[in-house]
Design a protein around this ligand. Structure first.
Ligand code: NAP
Length: 304
């Protein structure tokens, strides 16, 4: 089996994809392919200028590309609610690609006071997904994609201090936020299945890819050009995202990543989730906590 690449993305005519953080990195590369294959792509981004510049690049390459923009700042739950309101008014949403993320910034907090990585990478994803589920379900199918990371393997589930008032390790907080992404999509799919929902939740990770992700962390930032040569370019890093979003053979609960050595690079296929990432107790605890912290409840009952 050669593994999934952009060449395997089927015709997407008539489908609408919402991609968070579509203006650069993996989100941009995935959006470029989705648009070229005929899908409508809604850029859900926090900076309209950056988003429109990125959209113009895609339009130059694919003149018939169907692109739209909605303002979304996942560091502010009020912005997430406004974006969800606007998006819910669209004719259809087939796939929500939760891609936006931030890695290892100096201690920063969201508008609601949560530590930024937990707030943007997990709580923003949890909130946007929860609010859009009814819309995604409307057409009798639909997918939610959550972008995790190899870093989930080092997560320790330290969410008892969501505002980082007792201390801050920028590295551990990133690991934990990515563990939260894995716990969330597995638990979401479990609850959707139990409820007989037509929507599936699928996870992915890009291995290691050259993007702007290391912008906040000097050591990693200098290595990024080398990453692009030795491991994945952003284009290659988007393959697991594209598989999760479009592979007709993918089913709820699947997790995709690069098939090369230690899942760091290569074409996309099934990837490894740690036991903790699949732990129903940890997932339910995080779910309850996420509802309490965001005030947003997707209304999906726990599964025994
Ligand atoms: N690159 C890798 O090796 C790697 C490895 C594992 C996992 N990942 C994951 O892949 C995803 C995409 O990362 P990337 O590598 O493509 O990084 P990137 O080039 O830095 O792109 C991140 C995107 O997220 C957006 N974003 C950040 N904070 C946001 C907020 N508060 N609200 C809305 N959007 C926000 C950024 O918008 P702005 O441009 O406006 O800041 C940007 O569009 C992330 O979830 C990351 O954790 C990446």
């Amino acid at each position: 089996m050669p593994g999934f690449t952009a060449a395997d993305v089927p015709d997407l005519s008539g489908k609408t994809f919402v991609v968070t953080g579509a203006n650069t990195g993996l989100g941009f590369e995935a959006s470029r392919v989705l648009a070229a294959k005929g899908g409508e792509v809604v850029f859900a981004c926090r900076n309209e200028d950056r988003a429109r510049q990125a959209m113009a690049k895609i339009s130059a390459e694919t003149p018939h590309a169907k692109l739209d923009f909605v303002e979304l700042d996942q560091a502010d739950l009020e912005s997430v609610k406004r974006a969800a309101d606007v998006l819910s008014g669209r004719e259809r949403i087939d796939v929500l690609v939760n891609n936006a993320g931030v890695m290892m910034p100096p201690l920063t907090r969201t508008a609601q006071g949560f530590e930024l990585q937990f707030g943007v990478n997990h709580l923003g994803t949890f909130a946007l997904t929860s609010l859009l589920l009814p819309k995604i379900a409307e057409n009798g199918g639909g997918r939610v994609v959550v972008t995790a990371s190899l870093a989930h393997r080092s997560g320790e589930a330290m969410w008892s201090d969501p505002k980082a008032e007792e201390g801050y390790s920028r590295i551990q907080r990133y690991y934990d936020s990515k563990l939260a992404n894995t716990l969330f999509f597995v638990e979401l799919d479990r609850r959707l299945r139990a409820q007989g929902s037509p929507v599936s939740a699928i996870g992915c990770h890009p291995g290691i890819a050259s993007t702007e992700l290391a912008r906040n962390y000097g050591v990693a930032r200098v290595l990024m050009p080398i990453v692009g040569k030795v491991l994945n370019t952003a284009e290659q890093g988007a393959w697991p995202t594209l598989q999760a979003a479009t592979d007709p053979a993918a089913t709820g609960g699947d997790y995709f990543g690069p098939r090369g050595l230690r899942e760091m690079s290569g074409t996309s296929g099934p990837a490894f989730l740690t036991r903790l990432a699949r732990d129903p107790g940890a997932a339910q605890w995080l779910w309850t906590r996420s509802v309490a912290l965001t005030g947003i409840d997707p209304g999906l009952a726990p599964v025994d």
